[in-house]
Design a protein around this ligand. Sequence first.
Ligand code: ANZ
Ligand code: ZN
Length: 733
Amino acid sequence: MAKDYEPKEIEAKWQKEWEKNGIYHAEDNSAKPKYYTLVEFPYPSGDGLHVGHVRSYTALDVVSRKKRMEGMNVLYPIGWDAFGLPTENYAIKTGRPPAEITKENTDNFRRQMQALGLSFDWSREINTTDPKYYKWTQWLFLKFFENGLAYKARIPINWCPKDKIGLANEEVVDGKCERCGTPVEQREKEQWMLAITKYAERLLNDLDTVDYPERVKTQQRNWIGKSEGALIKFDDLEVFTTRPDTIYGATFLAVSGKEDKFTGKYVTNPATKAQIPVWEADYVLADYGTGAIMGVPADDERDNAFALKHNLPIIEGYTKAGFTDFGTKVTKFKLRDWVFSRQRYWGEPIPVIHCKKCGVVPVPEKDLPVVLPEVKNYQPTDTGESPLANIYEWVNTTCPKCGGEAKRETDTMPNWAGSSWYFLRYTDDKNDTEFASKEKMKYWMSVDWYNGGMEHTVLHLLYSRFWNKFLYDLKLVPTSEPYQKRTSHGLILAEGGVKMSKSLGNVVNPDEIVGSFGADTLRLYEMFMGPFEQAIAWNESSLAGPRRFLEKMWRLQEKLPLMKSSDARERGQTSLDEVSPSASLLHNTIKKVSEDIETLGFNTAVSNMMILVNDLEKREKISQAEYETLLKLLAPFAPHMTEELWHELGHSESIHTTEWPKYDENKLVPDTAMIVVQVNGKMRASFLAPFKSSEAEVVEKAQTLPEVAKWLVDKQVVKTVYIAGKLVNFVLA
Ligand code: ANZ
Ligand code: ZN
């Protein structure tokens, strides 16, 4: 009898062993083909790891492990996206330095991740709040500045009066602050901007070159919002239209306004020469096109509603104009330049100095990083400046150009900054002289598979693609797109399908699940719970299924032929050909699991292994070759248990460095069913039969199986029960 399955002992033991042997370290100078798997690095909040993180990280862990077994040099790194508001707000509340809070949180996250057996290369861990890291975020900002893509503008910004923070458009949801729900006000402020609009066309076109879900591409296209149309002058008022051909039907003009109102003014329609009224209308946006439209009630729904409401003429059946008759062709984008400064403490200081004589002067490279100074109070000033503005010794400095009196910029970068280039840093995380060496980036980039949340499919993806393209133009990175393939996992909801939240007390803590079921069960459950891209509710009772499956797998050892472990090597070479009667089921399983891992079918990969185990379980004996193959297939999902069983078989190397099983095309039996054969209701054998087989064929095959035939010798079969695709039962007299 083998000992019981005790995940607690096994898991900690192997985690230590793997770390000691460094089997998950990515090699920089390897002759092997590389594979770069990336998951969005977490914001290390005080709440610890979420089971949603576990879903994403386990999925790409499965992929990474399989790729390693397929002979690839895999880079699967992790780090911390640690600047941001929750830590800062906590610092304001408690007076504790954000760096100290961050350290505590990252220590907790790291411990939790390690307990899950994720195969990250921990030697490359990065932290966006580490001055060694943000030195390069600042350096990259200065590249934008030198190239005219970072500039200051006085613009109306979204202002959250509660957080005292300027918000990017994308941080405003339904007119409210995304973080705290306070209605957002407009305020004029000098802000740093990044000219992402210069890249609008390429960010759009190059979507055709990458493997993203169509839904993600559509969202990005809509966000960029390209429209081809014309600018047409109505006297001194210019409109933007995508339908210049409708100009003969234009009966009014409308400019952006808070409420609908006639301005008292008329302009000439250049096509009809008619005098048409100019209105203010609230459906006209101030910052799109020219902020003015021509109203064509016969062809545009909103114009039609407006005309009916205000009794304006509607001309039906007018002649359509040719495109170039009036106005000039233009292309407009909905995308706006990126507001890139915040008046907060916990962010990268923007590395410029303001000199009365020289103007805005970049901090010289040798003086980077501009380190965040210690402050006593993390609250922004009442005028809305960053708390850095209160630190006299820090703000007052000398101009790097003329040596005269000067002041430091006190704005910091938004929390999108560090994540806009982190995938580059992983390739060369300890480099002190460059953000990453060209040679290493050339080997590792681009990312082969990037998984992350649906909520990041627009902003983070667009921002990081923009940074990468800009650096590509400067010949600082090797590929114009950072990510070859992008996928997204569905949310994990609380039991009952509501969002997990602290206030509802329904948050599942992965530590507890690992404690009671083991990491392998948690991993397997999250892969098995449902289609990867779909949202799904947590269900505590469903954890029992994966756990039972692992126990079955554990007990299968007892069906192996008894041998001394010194014979194991020899046994390990048993050819799969000798394996009957399930050879085809085994080969089918290898094929299914291999393919499913590549196509997000983690749940079906697991269910296929379950079917195989159920089949093996029914047999008296299984071969070592079969068992080892199954262990290897399961290894990416349940890395600890499979490692333990692998060593039980007498192997000394890790299962995770062995070769991924291959299937034999000739052994695949498509459309087969597993037929159980009983004699007097007792199972005696099973075999695979093509679905197409007739009853006679199946029964004949069943009675000739040696395990069955021996029970039938000299006996009379009084009845044969046949259930198509499932069972034959010989009832004896
Ligand atoms: C006349 C017309 C006739 C229009 C017609 C459409 C249909 P997209 O595709 O989103 O770019 N428009 C232009 N500027 C606007 C603004 N600042 N606020 C609100 N609407 C604005 O849409 C372009 C169309 O949206 C333009 O073409 C204009 O209406 C309107 F049968 O001009 B159209
Ligand atoms: Zn100066």
